[in-house]
Design a protein around this ligand. Sequence first.
Ligand SMILES: *Cc1c(COP(=O)(O)O)cnc(C)c1O
Length: 455
Amino acid sequence: MALHSIKPAQDLTEDIYDDPISVAHLSKFIMPATSTPPHVIAQMITDELMLDGNAKQNFATFCSTWLEPEIHQLMDLCIDKNMIDKDEYPQTAELEARCVHMLAALWNNPKAGTTLGCSTTGSSEAAMLGGLAMKWRWRKAREAAGLNAQKPNLVCGPVQICWHKFARYFDVELREMQLEGNEVGMNPDKLQQYVDENTIGVVATLGVTYTCVYEPVKAICETLDQIQKARGWDIPVHVDGASGGFVAPFVQPEIEWDFRLERVKSINASGHKFGLAPLGVGWVVWRSKEELPEELIFTVDYLGGNMPTFTLNFSRPGGQIVSQYFLLLRLGFEGYRKIHQSCMNTAQWMAKEIAGMGPFELFYDGKGGLPALSYTLKQGDHGFSLYDLSDRLRMRGWQIASYPLPERRQHTVIQRIMVRHGLSKDLASLLIRDIKSALAFFKNTPASRPSFSHG
Ligand SMILES: *Cc1c(COP(=O)(O)O)cnc(C)c1O
């Protein structure tokens, strides 16, 4: 007898785990023929999701894993809003524009009140838009001068994968500077070997994914000034501030990396990283309207008028944008500064603790770049590798990435801990304690043995 077909769905005497759905397997390949009470299936799916890692213990991610209750409420309120329908949801559209201007001002844009920018699903989409604008500007200038515009290239340091995608999808040669010696990001001295008349732009990363350091945007711009003097090529800079764009203005205001530098024409950042918004929002802002080629802009109806839009997607949720606006107002400059400063402090404290344990050598001590730390294993046999340590910590739910640096420095394996809003000093001290007990464990029970051992 199919109990749920004769019982009302919300029968309080019913037990979810006694339901016929619960005593079978959930469908995995073919959609079931009939419907199921929502509370039963939702419970089954909730149980499956338990197998995901606990996001708050995920120190590999740069993304928000803790959000204030008001954000949950705003997200719920906005669940039915489509941000592309500017005419139907004009207020959401206005909040998006307010965010763009506030970010332009935060990044010291002299035309912050009038310049163009937009929200995206994240920095990846923002990078596509920033890259496209560079490609279009370069091509227009080449064609206007009667020059060949067939072979665009983009120059960068060790970039996030989105720039590889941009290059492949939009047919641009990516000239990625390889790390050599002790380099942790782009070396401006090597720029001359990489740029030429076909360079559509240079991407500088504020917060390199692998090493968490800021690339020297000012020195990069100065080198490009010299190159322009010598060769005549006026090469723009786009800053990938996915993480750093929301960190540096608050805790490292003295670093000049933004629109204060004339050559910086556009900047992207991820709202859902250190912008503290829920997943699904990024930003890109141009120096002025003129930097964004008209041909890339589409207009949509907006309160009976037209509104310029520049996006790869069409329909997209509005809640993340509204949440970003909420955060900018709710925290204000001082709020963001305090949160990120305390993350910096926690990262530096953890770095000291890690350094004091013995087997580790700090690679990044949490100073001068993103709130994070990374370390390598000192030379010698410790009875474990960083990968073994990641596995061991995973037993307590901690997720800590171990990975090799990019090409040419790939012999260096590092372990990185991102410190984000919501990682309290207390939680950090529990993680440190667990790392210490993992070391004690490996001392008695080595995980990896040297290859000559027959153990
Ligand atoms: C995370 C990251 C990206 C990609 O951003 P998403 O918001 O995840 O799309 C691009 N560049 C850098 C430097 C990043 O850290």
